[in-house]
Design a protein around this ligand. Structure first.
Ligand code: AP5
Length: 218
């Protein structure tokens, strides 16, 4: 199964992806996580991505397509499904993904859409902290670690993302509404969209996501 977890910045994609992947044996392909890992290597690609991402702008489509292609191929080679997170992010990326999957006899089976008003997202994003080792997501207000600044799972140091500043958040929300939301109309025309109210406790959202995937597999 090839799924995408879709929603605005801060809607809970990263928070929900891990449990969903463990439960259904999916490989998590989060373009933002892969790009941040590339930035940490100090490569030229990472430097280019870092400039754009810290302003809240998208990186070029061909760069993300390469990331997605390699990881989808690796997952399919070992007989696994894929949970995309942060991709596709504009209608051209839908076309890129379609071509990639058709060539492998697959298609995008479903978009799981996390819905929440923009007004709720600012405090989620400014309070977010992420483990630099395992990428587990926390929030200093609503979902803190047991010991401040330290990951409960692996003991890694918690970090704040460069794009979780208010100016960059405003740009990211503009990009989401201008470029990413139109993807939904494309996928809705294929009857491949399940909408989930993301303005509820993390466990409630998790249950609905799991139910949607279970129904799609039935
Ligand atoms: P990316 O990393 O994909 O960021 P994003 O889409 O902006 O989404 P976020 O990671 O900010 O939010 P999330 O939905 O995962 O929320 P989270 O679970 O962390 O992309 C970053 C950048 O990379 C882009 O801006 C772009 O530059 C580039 N990029 C990536 N993909 C690209 C592509 N395809 N094309 C071009 N460029 C690309 O939760 C947020 C906070 O809320 C956390 O603190 C969490 O604890 C809290 N929280 C979560 N759920 C709940 C809940 N139910 N109740 C209360 N708090 C909650």
């Amino acid at each position: 199964m090839i799924l995408t977890l879709f929603g605005p910045p801060g809607s809970g994609k990263g928070t929900q992806a891990g449990a969903l992947c463990r439960r259904y044996g999916l490989i998590h392909v989060a373009t933002g996580d892969v790009l941040r890992a590339e930035i940490r290597t100090g490569s030229e690609t990472g430097k280019r991505a870092s400039e754009l991402m810290s302003r809240g702008e998208f990186v070029p489509d061909d760069l993300v397509l390469g990331i997605v292609r390699d990881r989808i191929d690796a997952a399919l080679d070992c007989g696994k499904g894929v949970l995309l997170d942060g991709y596709p992010r504009n209608p051209d990326q839908v076309a890129d993904l379609d071509s990639l999957l058709v060539g492998r006899g697959r298609r995008l089976d479903m978009a799981l859409v996390l819905e929440i008003d923009d007004a709720k997202l600012i405090s989620r994003l400014t309070g977010r902290r992420i483990c630099g080792e395992c990428n587990r997501v926390y929030n200093v207000n609503t979902n803190p670690p047991s010991e401040p600044g330290v990951c409960d799972d692996c003991g890694g140091r918690l970090e704040q993302r460069a794009d979780d500043r208010e100016e960059a958040i405003a740009t990211r929300l503009e990009e989401y509404h201008g470029q990413t939301r139109p993807v939904l109309a494309v996928l809705e025309a294929r009857d491949a969209v399940v909408r989930i109210d993301a303005d509820r406790p993390i466990d409630a959202v998790r249950r609905d996501l799991a139910r949607a995937v279970a129904e799609a597999r039935a």
